[in-house]
Ligand binder design. Structure first.
Ligand code: SF4
Length: 198
């Protein structure tokens, strides 16, 4: 049982320089946590916009994710409703061939368990993208996991990463709109509507 407060832990996270030598813009851990959120978004890693603003999903990917969830930005950025903990909390840089690098591998082993031990109200974790799915569920195919989302309820809900590439994936997999999204919205809204208002 931890005796450290969440705010003290967050202050330690924000001082982290564990993989600073690998971060082109330097360490700037980005997370949104509270002890009250019923939903945890286990995402990948911040992009450059998040690094600059200090707020994750403040971009087209965030717009897509909020549309999937049918929540407003105010609801999404309310830590009493949503906790957001990327698998790598600092911007990891770009790949030579384009796209962002994967989350830094040092981050989840160093911090994830400690932070999660404070998130006592979480009832559902949205596994957004393959990195969080592999971390929690082991190796497997993202599309199959999303299709079989019922197998992971009530604790987890696997989702694709909501990047622009997902537009083509959605077209190829119409069941996502027809079946998965309505179920996702119903579960999410039940949880956030039941969350206490502090
Ligand atoms: S990515 Fe994680 S481990 Fe690396 S410096 Fe940032 S907070 Fe620390």
């Amino acid at each position: 049982m931890t005796t450290e407060s969440l705010s003290t832990l967050i202050a330690r996270v924000r001082d982290c320089r564990l993989c600073a030598d690998h971060l082109p813009l330097g360490p700037k851990p980005i997370l949104q946590v509270s002890e009250h959120a019923p939903i945890l978004i286990a995402s990948q890693a911040p992009g450059t916009k998040a690094h600059t603003s200090g707020q994750t999903f403040l971009d087209a990917s965030g717009d897509r994710l909020r549309e999937w969830l049918a929540v407003s930005a105010d609801q999404f950025y309310d830590p009493r409703r949503f906790a957001i903990l990327p698998m790598g909390m600092c911007y990891p840089g770009r790949l030579p061939q384009g796209g962002d690098r994967p989350p830094r591998p040092e981050c989840a082993p160093r911090w994830r368990s400690e932070v999660l031990s404070h998130l006592r109200s979480v009832r559902l974790t949205l596994l957004v993208g393959s990195y969080s799915q592999v971390h929690v569920l082991g190796r497997g195919r993202m599309t199959e996991r999303v299709y079989h989302y019922r197998d992971y309820l009530p604790s987890y809900f696997p989702l694709p990463h909501p990047s622009w590439r997902t537009g083509g994936w959605e077209k190829r997999n119409p069941w996502f709109r027809d079946d998965v999204i309505p179920a996702l919205r119903m579960i999410v809204h039940d949880l956030i509507n039941a969350a206490p208002r502090c």
